[in-house]
Design a protein around this ligand. Structure first.
Ligand code: UD1
Ligand code: CA
Length: 450
């Protein structure tokens, strides 16, 4: 059956003390909302509806940025979770399938868990995701009768017997779309909070003779983020999992606790990651590559057998072919380096194309920016770029050409030519010795006077 996701993301998140809506705070480089959308995407939903409220425009932009298909609806007043879900009714008019309610501030629900809920839905009218809480606190309590779910009672409305129940509501609910909205139409705000509770649909469904049940998951999956401290805990949880997944998949991490991944990092088998490496968003590292200590990578692709770092920075658009070497204190931005090329020390290569087997000497800089425009540097194959070459773009070095150390290249260099552009050296006989003597005697005079 077709699936629609309804993702609630209208809340302000006052405890974040932020100008940014809560669901746009990031873990592993992606907004909380995107994590929720990603877990829902595993169900290949036909529709994704995001319910926005606080910071609606920003939340909408983030939702669209992740998925063109996302539809956004506005809940202009936050009157409760039931009211929030009702805002999606128009968008799902005529939709014949299951609707599943997720939360923009709950990033860790696993694909398998959602699949289990959809499977249980085939046998039950309403399915709720529950968990055994170590500390049930203020969660809604799941009142069971055997395998059937009888009601969800919110903490504020619960008596002591109900509060003693440790099986709690994660908030994630699945029902056929039309059934969900029929039930929601009957929800009122007559309760301790004066809110329209989504959770009330269980009692209403049961009173109508519909069936409800619970799928259980690990408590860690249901973690919601309400504060900066919880955001930090979530980041740690993500990183812990990403590190163990990487090792599970055949990546060597020499000091796992010091390596940071993004939500979309891909690393191939037999890659070796040394300590203190950061993978910002959009990084792909192929098999057998080595990323040496203290390197920072973002928006780049590292092919097989390449070695990056230590202390290297690969910025967006860095594209390394097989067996490329990028050494210490080298920055690469929007540049592709063909197979076997080397930039080993202290260089900046930006807006450039570098051919196969080319060697770029220490301290080389592509002067790509004139203060207004960016310009391209093209370097052929088998080129030897001498140390401290300034390549004033736009400029081209032909195949098998060479630049002399210290050259400022302002004109294209044809294939096979040498470019020399520096002042000719002159040696002045004995000058240094005489100069030193003069300076030393000056120093001695000064010492006598004090
Ligand atoms: C809700 C559940 C509770 C469950 C808990 C799990 C209800 C009535 N209660 O309680 O049983 O144990 O989640 O965390 O559903 N939201 C909107 N619009 C609104 C209200 C809420 O978009 O009008 C969003 C919030 O931004 C938040 C989520 O829905 O992301 C949950 O709302 P919240 O008020 O935090 O519900 P809880 O009291 O935590
Ligand atoms: Ca909550």
């Amino acid at each position: 059956m077709a699936v629609a996701l309804i993702i609630l993301a209208a809340g302000k998140g006052s405890r974040m003390k932020s100008d940014l809506p809560k669901v746009l705070h990031k873990i592993a480089g992606a907004p909380l909302l995107v994590h929720a959308m990603k877990s829902g995407a595993s169900l290949e939903p036909e529709k994704t509806i995001v319910v926005t409220g606080h910071g609606a425009e920003l939340v909408e932009a983030a939702a669209r940025d992740w998925s063109d298909d996302a539809q956004v609806v506005l809940q202009s007043e936050q009157l409760g979770t039931g009211h929030a879900v009702l805002q999606a009714q128009g968008a799902l008019d005529g939709f014949e399938g299951d609707a599943i309610v997720l939360y923009g501030d709950t990033p860790f629900i696993q694909a398998e868990t959602l699949e289990a809920m959809i499977a249980a839905r085939a046998e039950n009218d309403v399915v709720v995701l529950g968990f055994d809480a170590a500390d049930p606190g203020r969660y809604g309590r799941l009142v069971m009768q055997g395998d059937a779910l009888d009601a969800i009672i919110e903490y504020k409305d619960a008596d002591d017997t109900t509060r003693a129940i440790t099986l709690c509501n994660s908030g994630v609910i699945c029902a056929k779309s039309d059934v969900l909205f029929d039930l929601l139409d009957k929800v009122t705000d007559e309760n301790a909070a004066g809110e329209y509770y989504l959770t009330d649909i269980i009692g209403i469904a049961r009173a109508q003779g519909l069936s409800a049940t619970v799928v259980r998951c690990n408590e860690a999956e249901t973690m919601g983020i309400n504060s900066r401290a919880e955001l930090a805990v979530a980041e740690v949880a993500f990183q812990t999992r990403a590190r163990s997944d990487a090792m599970e998949n055949g990546v060597t991490l020499q000091a796992p606790d010091t390596v940071y991944f993004s939500h979309d990092t891909y690393i191939g088998t037999d890659a070796i990651i040394e300590p203190n490496v950061v993978f910002a968003v959009g990084v792909t590292v192929e098999n057998n590559a080595t990323i040496r200590a203290f390197s920072h990578l973002e928006g780049c692709h590292v092919s097989r057998d390449s070695v990056v770092g230590p202390y290297a920075r690969l910025r967006p658009g860095a594209e390394l072919a097989e067996g490329v070497k990028i050494g210490n204190f080298v920055e690469i931005k929007n540049a592709s380096l063909d197979a076997g090329s080397k930039v080993n020390h202290l260089s900046y290569i930006g807006d450039a194309q570098v051919g196969e087997r080319t060697n770029i000497g220490a301290g080389t800089i592509t002067c790509n920016y004139d203060g207004v425009f960016k310009h391209k540097t093209t370097i052929g194959a088998d080129v030897f770029v001498g140390s401290n070459t300034m390549l004033v773009a736009p400029v081209t070095l032909g195949d098998a050409s060479m630049t002399a150390t210290g050259t400022v290249v302002t004109r294209d260099v044809p294939d096979g030519d040498l470019a020399v552009g520096r002042a000719r050296q002159e040696n002045k006989a004995g000058f240094a010795r005489r100069m030193f003597e003069k300076l030393k005697s000056k120093k001695a005079e000064a010492a006598k006077e004090t």
